[in-house]
Design a protein around this ligand. Sequence first.
Ligand SMILES: [Fe+2]
Ligand SMILES: [Fe+2]
Length: 153
Amino acid sequence: MEKSIFSSDHHILVRMVSRLAMNEGTGEVMKSALLKLRRKMLLHFFREETYLFPSIQTFVSHAFVLGLLTEHAGMLRMIDKILAYIEKGDLERTSDRMTGLMRLLLVHCQREEREIYSVPELSGKIYEIDQKARKDRMPEGWKCAITAKYERR
Ligand SMILES: [Fe+2]
Ligand SMILES: [Fe+2]
């Protein structure tokens, strides 16, 4: 079966982060690669939070989904922190946090693949959801659920 858009997003994201974690290139090169990663990540989270998560509520617990949502906001915050370290020229923290981001992304993606993408009741459904997610554009200024929640406070 062909890979869903969600799985191929994971593949791309992991590849982008591992390149960055190898820490090649100058500050400017890293910065633009990170901004590209941030956009790609946000789009993936938009697809999951808008299309996938609402349709799996009967199969997985609320706590599980909440954990994933929290990690989405956490990873975006990590990228923002890394961008600030690059700006300051703090190479040690930059590479340290990149490794951290890599680790979190891997665990996050593996958990989604195992607990959601591969659930038999869902695997057929995922392709329907995939079609919708593929077509839709992310609205300008879209924020992931947990980020939006904390900004309202
Ligand atoms: Fe996710
Ligand atoms: Fe994901």
